[in-house]
Design a protein around this ligand. Sequence first.
Ligand code: ZN
Length: 244
Amino acid sequence: MSTVRKELVSMGRELVDAGLSPGRSGNLSIRTGNTIIMTPTNVSLGSLSVNALSIVSLDGTHLDGPRPSKEVPLHLAMYRRDPAAQSVVHVHSENATAASCVEPWSAHHAILPATPYLLMKVGQVPLIPYFAPGDPAQADAILRFDLTFSAALLANHGSIAAFPTLAQAQTAVTEIEEAARTALLIRGQNFRLLTGEQIVELTERNGTPWTPGVPSQADVATFVRGAARGPLGVADWDQASTGR
Ligand SMILES: [Zn+2]
């Protein structure tokens, strides 16, 4: 248990040092059997203490330590979705949060597939509808989302990733941040995306989740203009599907 505690504390520091977790935002957890060990509420991830971490049962009961982050239900939902997930990282990093405020071009992936690493390390990153932080309905929305994914953008809020190791979850939020930054930078430019074949090759080779579909010209055109509109349905973005 003490190794797990040390791992959480040092990861908190790394995320803050990398500029991914501003202020007192963000939270981390590791699953240990039937409990999770989690960062407390209202604490900077850069000043965690191994002796001040929260222990919570898988049904959300606070068992020991300081009061946990109010985003416990979010973490528990990610663990419930994927039994292989043993670590969850949630951050309000700048570009991921900005991207979470933009309507997604696709129902299965909110970030334009312009560069390989997000697809290689994470796969598709859907946008989960907005709920106030700590609202248990957010967890319900995650559990109801009928799509395989290891990480998501929470609308108007930030990113979340659930992986077998804390290092993988850290990598995921880092790649999301970088890919979101790229997507926002190229918005309004005459950009080139990866092709459907390239996306399929990358995700198949790395075993990351990807539902067939690449942006249609109409989707990209709308995204470039930045027109406000509702999320697309599957039929819209599937026009250019590779049919995998
Ligand atoms: Zn949050």
